[in-house]
Design a protein around this ligand. Structure first.
Ligand SMILES: *Cc1c(COP(=O)(O)O)cnc(C)c1O
Length: 457
């Protein structure tokens, strides 16, 4: 930029704003979004050149019904004309009550198992996780187990960026190893074997290590917290549904609460409404977020059993000790109700199956690239795993030239497309991802190995 020029929007951004997990830098790669509609974003680069791209990320897994969705737009407008916000202390309103009823109706259930019937509305996924952890501690101390203060998690997890949530993320690979002294000393079991290559023996071996760790620490553990079936931001690692039964049994044997963080997996993404439903397992506490409002507004929720709610309410504190200013925001709840209404129509199931099949076919050719270690799909999630770290800036730019928006991390280029993506959109996404990896990380093609041979560790 030369002295007199008024900087463009991107320059003004770089001078004033922080972006996620980014340095405050005059060189930060950024694209301006000028418009968004359906599955498409119109981007403007620093050079002024415009690109129309398919959003392969659903804006971090949230915009499942697409941008400017007429049903969600109408719900937001209707609520705006009524009221946008009121405090939730001592007041209530129809959008929050309806949302709680919808969530309880949809939540995983099984005969003979207490259902999830009480809902705490939070303003982000991380906060919902904080509330879940806090509730577990309050439950244990009220139940006569004040020494149960730690959490058991599995390696490779991601549960958010606030302090308690960071403390249950992967302790090494997480983005949070910069805060060693501040993170509580939680207990970690190995991650379960990869779904694609798991055998009864590897699952059994994992289960026995988990059982030993739980037994060794049972007197000091309050709860187990995991992302069921698919570890997202910790590495896009899918594991077998049987592992959820193992977690349920270990929790029951040692008096631990089982917390499922369904913030990434909830609302159909893995092919069932919740990832827990693949195993018919009901957790004691569940967190949802991300796609809850179809990506329109920030909202998350924590659900728990009636027994946990009544126990904590009888405790010394007489309350669950949390209450965000914007708790139960009516505008967000109204849009969430509209989004869950679309989910309730049931079309997502065929969409996710169709998208999953398209991702599997479309990404298969990437396995022939020398740089690629594994290609995998689960539900409407498609992952290209490289042997080495992705050149994020170069791959992002190459994908944009192919008409696709992706946000790779570590050694992963992945997609979680909106459920409204057409077959042509999915072809554009998979071809664009593959071409971008080939362009940046080398076109050398190796002898085509049988699919899955190099499965993820
Ligand atoms: C994104 C995510 C969170 C954190 O949600 P925020 O809304 O970003 O705070 C927690 N857990 C999982 C599994 C997530 O994917």
């Amino acid at each position: 930029m030369t002295g007199q020029d008024r900087p463009g929007l991107i320059g003004r951004d770089r001078a004033r704003l922080w972006h996620p997990y980014a340095p405050a830098s005059p060189d930060l790669p950024l694209w301006e979004v000028e418009a968004a509609d359906g599955v498409r974003l119109r981007l403007r680069g620093e050079d002024g050149i415009r690109h129309e791209v398919v959003d392969a990320m659903s804006s971090w897994w949230s915009v499942i019904h697409g941008y400017r969705n007429p049903v969600l737009d109408a719900a937001a407008r209707r609520q705006l004309e009524s009221f946008s916000h009121v405090m939730f202390g001592g007041l209530t309103h129809a959008p929050a009550v309806e949302l709680a009823e919808r969530l309880v109706d949809m939540a995983p259930s099984a005969p003979g198992r207490p259902g999830l019937e009480r809902v705490f509305l939070a303003d982000s996924g991380s906060v919902a996780v904080e509330v879940a952890l806090k509730l577990a501690l309050q439950f244990q101390s009220t139940s006569g187990h004040p020494l149960r203060q730690r959490f058991l998690s599995i390696r490779g997890g991601y549960h958010g960026d606030t302090f308690a949530a960071m403390g249950v993320c992967d302790p090494v690979d997480g983005m949070h190893s910069a805060f060693p002294g501040l993170l509580a000393g939680n207990v970690f079991a190995p991650r379960p074997p990869a779904a694609a290559s798991a055998t009864p023996e590897t699952v059994g071996a994992w289960a026995s290590v988990l059982a030993d760790i739980a037994a060794a620490h049972s007197g000091e553990l309050a709860a187990i917290i995991v992302e069921p079936l698919l570890q997202g931001a910790g590495g896009m690692h899918a594991y077998p549904p049987e592992c959820l039964n193992v977690l349920r049994n270990v929790a029951d044997r040692h008096g631990l609460l089982l917390i499922f963080d369904e913030i990434a997996t909830g609302f159909g993404r893995t092919g069932e409404l919740f990832a827990a439903d693949h195993a018919g397992v009901v957790p004691d506490i569940m967190c949802v977020g991300k796609a809850l409002t179809g990506g329109y507004l920030t909202l998350a929720a924590m659900l728990c059993t009636g027994e946990i709610a009544s126990t904590v309410s009888r405790g010394q504190a007489g309350a669950l000790l949390h209450g965000p200013t914007f708790m139960g925001n009516p505008l967000a709840c109204a849009v969430a109700n509209a989004s869950l209404g679309i989910i309730g129509d049931g079309g997502w199931r065929a969409d996710v199956a169709r998208i999953g099949a398209g991702l599997e076919t479309g990404l298969a050719p990437a396995l022939a690239l020398e740089a690629v270690r594994d290609v995998r799909t689960i539900g409407a999630v498609g992952v290209i795993e490289l042997h080495n770290a992705v050149d994020v800036t170069a791959v992002t730019a190459a994908a944009i030239r192919q008409g696709v928006w992706v946000r790779p991390f570590r050694n992963l280029v992945y997609t979680m497309p909106p459920y409204i993506s057409t077959a042509a959109d999915i072809e554009q996404i998979t071809a664009g991802m593959t071409a971008a990896v080939a362009e940046v990380h080398g076109r050398v093609v190796h002898e085509r190995v049988p699919a899955r041979a190099g499965g993820a560790a």
